[in-house]
Ligand binder design. Structure first.
Ligand SMILES: Cc1cc2nc3c(=O)[nH]c(=O)nc-3n(C[C@H](O)[C@H](O)[C@H](O)COP(=O)(O)OP(=O)(O)OC[C@H]3O[C@@H](n4cnc5c(N)ncnc54)[C@H](O)[C@@H]3O)c2cc1C
Length: 489
């Protein structure tokens, strides 16, 4: 019988792909895929002591696959990487704090913040940290010294053919000797991010940026006016990073998980805080009620996410996704309203508002505009979804005029506001802090053809998070998946 996991990723004879447009595609998802694909290839006898494994790409997925195959499954393995070192996405990124489980909120394991928290050991274990620190920790594995693993940097695949007896594949490389392999696992990542509009390019997601520095890293006399374009996780994460206060020195303390937990903590009674026993009792009872109702909201969202996921998997065009995402978005808007009701009924609304206020950056940038092309966000994690809507509501209720969610808008062009002073040349650092004129057009739904130019506005920080262009070449047939949260023993 055909192995379903191999079948889903099979893109040619002996050739499997675990990158490209695949989803979900967090680092942890990719590690799970890397391990699973090796296990299944061993189980069906594709790779063994005679038929070796070739892994292409030394990111989190490829390195996991290569170590797992060579060290745990004892399969002689070659890993080729076109860059000079592994983990090129995360290696230079000093500004992204990543967490293996927080985006699996509100599932039980979402506060584990480590991988693995269940199942057998994995090749690259990790806990929440800055991306570059993680890459450094993973690099301590010293890939080039592991027995049974041959690593070639600055190398890619030049071509491959199945040998005449059909038992293996002959692979030529851009440098070094060709070889014979029982399977090729392609782990070349998600491709190129779309951060460019005409001549303008903003920082990529995995670039180091200054968004969380005081005044967004701009000189004190310059007031940041921020455009964030996109409704997916990249845009929502940056919205939260910019709208919330700067991290405290020393340790990062403001991940979405930290923010959400601090709100929940407010409902948890702290008996030591009062001298009056009766008061403690009352708070305790009230806190428990609030937490029970709060859990109901989380359950409803989990249910809405599950329904959306099931529908999303079979979607094929924007129209399909639009309906799914619209319904899901409504569930999040309703959840935020319900939370406000619960906090109010439980007598903790003012306290929660004070906590939210404490999280808001002081001073806020002159303006922050999150624009997205329909009346809902696009595919994004639940925790980002909820927190962005929560901060938007909080700021609106506080009468804040700086932060705006602007649905139904698409960015048409970004160019210098004063062409005599600046030209855009796809150099994000040179454009950062410089006034750019942005033109928009209206969009009423995801699939209806957009209208004409509707407005022009000036921003000195423009963050473009328009998704990704998958890498060229073979891509798998069914890229939308449900993937296990961890590898089973
Ligand atoms: C906007 C955005 C936000 C994200 N946010 C998060 C997040 O918050 N948390 C999270 O966990 N994940 C996040 N991700 C996903 C995460 O970036 C990816 O899942 C992860 O980096 C993919 O790992 P990988 O090993 O599959 O690919 P990559 O890390 O891209 O590694 C691929 C490797 O293959 C090499 N390569 C490419 N082509 C070739 C070739 N032809 N020959 C040889 N080598 C080649 C590359 O140089 C690279 O080293 C985000 C992604 C995007 C786009």
């Amino acid at each position: 019988m055909v192995d379903p996991f191999l079948h889903a990723h099979n893109v040619g004879p002996f050739h499997f792909d675990i990158g490209g447009v695949i989803s979900p595609i967090s680092i942890k998802d990719q590690m799970v895929r890397g391990q699973m694909i090796v296990d299944r290839a061993v189980e069906v006898g594709l790779i063994d002591q005679r038929y070796h494994l070739l892994v292409i790409g030394a990111g989190a997925a490829g390195v996991t696959a290569a170590i797992h195959a060579s060290q745990t499954r004892n399969i002689p393995t070659t890993l080729v990487e076109m860059a000079t070192a592994p983990f090129s996405r995360q290696r230079g990124c000093t500004s992204r704090w990543i967490d293996p489980t927080q985006y699996e909120w509100p599932l039980n394991h979402c506060y584990e913040s480590r991988y693995p928290w269940d199942g057998p050991p994995v090749p690259l274990p990790w806990s929440r940290a800055f991306a570059n620190i993680l890459a450094r920790v993973w690099m301590q594995k010293k890939l080039t010294r592991l027995p049974g693993l041959t690593v070639r940097f600055n190398t890619s695949v030049a071509g491959h053919n199945v040998i005449p007896n059909g038992s293996a594949v002959y692979v030529q490389f851009t440098s070094g000797r060709p070889g014979l392999y029982g399977a090729i696992i392609s782990c070349i990542g998600f491709g190129a991010e779309r951060c460019t509009v005409n001549q303008y390019s903003g920082f990529r997601f995995w670039d180091a940026d200054d968004f969380e520095k005081p005044n967004l890293g701009l000189p004190p006399q310059e007031k940041p006016t921020v455009l964030i374009s996109g409704g997916g996780d990249g845009a929502l994460q940056d919205f939260l990073r910019i709208v919330t206060r700067e991290p405290l020195q020393g340790a990062y303390d403001k991940s979405p998980r930290d923010i959400y937990e601090s709100l929940k903590d407010f409902a948890r009674p702290l008996p030591g805080n009062s001298n009056d026993e009766l008061e403690v009792c009352r708070n305790d009872k009230r806190g428990k009620e609030v937490l029970l109702k709060w859990a109901e909201v989380e359950n409803n969202l989990q249910s809405a996410e599950d329904q959306a996921q099931r529908a999303y998997i079979w979607g094929n065009k924007k129209d399909h996704d639009c309906k799914v995402q619209k319904k899901l978005h409504c569930a999040y808007v309703a959840a935020v309203d319900r939370l406000y009701e619960i906090w109010d009924e439980g007598g903790i609304l003012n306290g929660i508002k004070a906590r939210l206020k404490g999280w808001v950056r002081r001073p806020l940038p002159e303006s922050v505009h999150l624009v997205y092309p329909c009346d809902h966000f696009s595919k994004c994690y639940g925790l980002n979804h909820l927190l962005v809507l929560l901060f938007a509501k909080h700021l609106e209720e506080e009468g804040n005029k700086a932060v705006h969610l602007r649905p139904g808008l698409e960015v048409l062009n970004v160019g210098p506001a004063n062409m005599a002073l600046h030209i855009c040349a796809h150099k994000p650092a040179q454009c950062y802090g410089v006034d750019h004129e942005v033109s928009f057009r209206l969009r009423t739904t995801c699939n209806r053809s957009p209208g004409r130019e509707s407005a022009r506005e000036v921003f000195n920080v423009a963050i473009i998070r328009h998704g990704v262009n998958p890498p060229p070449g073979a891509s798998i047939q069914f890229p939308r998946q449900i993937i296990p949260y961890f590898v089973s023993s």
